[in-house]
Design a binder for this molecule. Structure first.
Ligand code: AMP
Ligand code: MN
Ligand code: MN
Length: 344
């Protein structure tokens, strides 16, 4: 069997077997066990795609007492509203009260579950993830830090459950894989990633249509907003022991001015990190009066996951984030002060 996950440093044979046994043990049907699927707050393509892909596979296997959710405001970025399986999504308040099983997707730590953390009392809790910083808060943990996306681990589980891929499941897993590999551009884009993409595309999905819809479509106002935010970017060549840092910020007022929702800011880290003179890229996005969601990226000189962890967040070595306070300048000063502690 070819999978893009498993082996040393990944999920052990015992962990796979225990998870397969737990999922097979769920009683299907209208009177069956309640199964609550959860992905992380402010869900991205990997969180939603992995969760909905697995949800569709469970439904196909006859498990109908099934809900999918994420904590916080129940607002799906427009590009994800057409993902297969969105009919299984409920707001946080609509989650099962006392499910038999809870399965989390792309959730590195309990802090990413908001109020849904209460459901971790369930008899069966399976954590499906690929963050090196995962705190293994499940009873069963399928965590493979070498997997390019959580959807890689999901596909490994579906293969072991003998659930065949169909076009709907594949579309969800493809969106997840394309999101976390930066459309197959990042270092994690291994031969196994392309083999998985090939299996997904072979179900009949259309990568061109999916990419256009998910990654290459935005409202005119979002494009104008990007112009303002990119226009105020600042370069700090001396940061990170001379590797350089480029940063910018976006306020709630920016969003209001252009009538845009916060998620439209998430893609702005990509043009920012393209700056040749800087290894580290930072985008500081206002989420409240004194609260900022901070995106960090590195091209290889700095472990930004360690920087994020030092500031109360987490993520991957070269892509991480945390919640900051004060002014955007305060937040960036705090980041800058920690870069030299985590040079690679
Ligand atoms: P983003 O910059 O939002 O695309 O996030 C990059 C990576 O950092 C993702 O793997 C996120 O899961 C992780 N991350 C972002 N914000 C946080 C946070 N506040 N706490 C923990 N991990 C985070
Ligand atoms: Mn994610
Ligand atoms: Mn992910």
């Amino acid at each position: 069997m070819t999978t893009a996950s498993g082996g040393p440093g990944g999920v052990t044979g015992e962990e796979w077997s225990a998870a397969v046994e737990a999922v097979r043990g769920l009683a299907p049907g209208a009177d069956g066990d309640e199964v609550q699927l959860i992905c992380h707050v402010n869900p991205d393509g990997d969180a939603l795609g992995s969760m909905l892909g697995f949800a569709l596979a469970l439904r196909k296997s006859g498990i109908t007492r099934l809900r999918a959710t994420f904590p916080g405001e129940f607002e799906l970025p427009v590009p994800y509203q057409s993902l297969p399986g969105v009919d299984l999504l409920v707001p946080e308040s609509g989650a099962f009260e006392a499910p038999k099983a809870v399965i989390t997707f792309d959730v590195a730590a309990e802090s990413r579950l908001g109020g849904l953390v209460r459901l971790l009392d369930a008899p069966c809790v399976i954590v499906v993830d690929h963050h090196a910083s995962n705190t293994r808060f499940g009873r069963l943990n399928l965590v493979d830090p070498r997997a390019a996306a959580t959807s890689v681990v999901v596909e490994g589980l579906l293969t072991r459950l003998d659930v065949p891929l169909d076009a709907e499941i594949a579309e969800c897993l493809y969106v997840a894989l394309a999101t976390d590999t930066g459309s197959f551009k990042f270092d994690m884009t291994t031969p196994e990633v392309h083999e998985l993409a090939a299996r997904l595309i072979a179900t009949g999905i259309s990568p061109g249509d999916i990419s256009r819809r998910i990654f290459d479509t935005r409202p005119f106002g979002a494009m104008k907003l990007a112009g303002d935010v990119l226009g105020r970017a600042a370069l700090d060549p001396a940061a990170a022991a001379g590797h350089g840092m480029v940063w910018t910020y976006a306020t709630l007022d920016d969003l209001r001015r252009y009538g845009q929702r916060p998620y439209v800011l998430d893609s702005l880290i990509d043009p920012i990190r393209s700056v040749a003179e800087a290894d580290v890229a930072v985008v500081v996005k206002q989420t409240g009066d004194d609260e900022w969601a901070v995106s960090l990226r590195s091209k290889g000189a700095v472990d930004v996951s360690a920087v994020a962890v030092a500031l109360g967040g987490g993520g991957h070595r070269f892509a991480a984030g945390f919640t900051g306070h004060g002014t955007p300048g305060d937040v960036v000063t705090a980041v800058r002060a920690r870069l030299e502690d985590h040079l690679l």
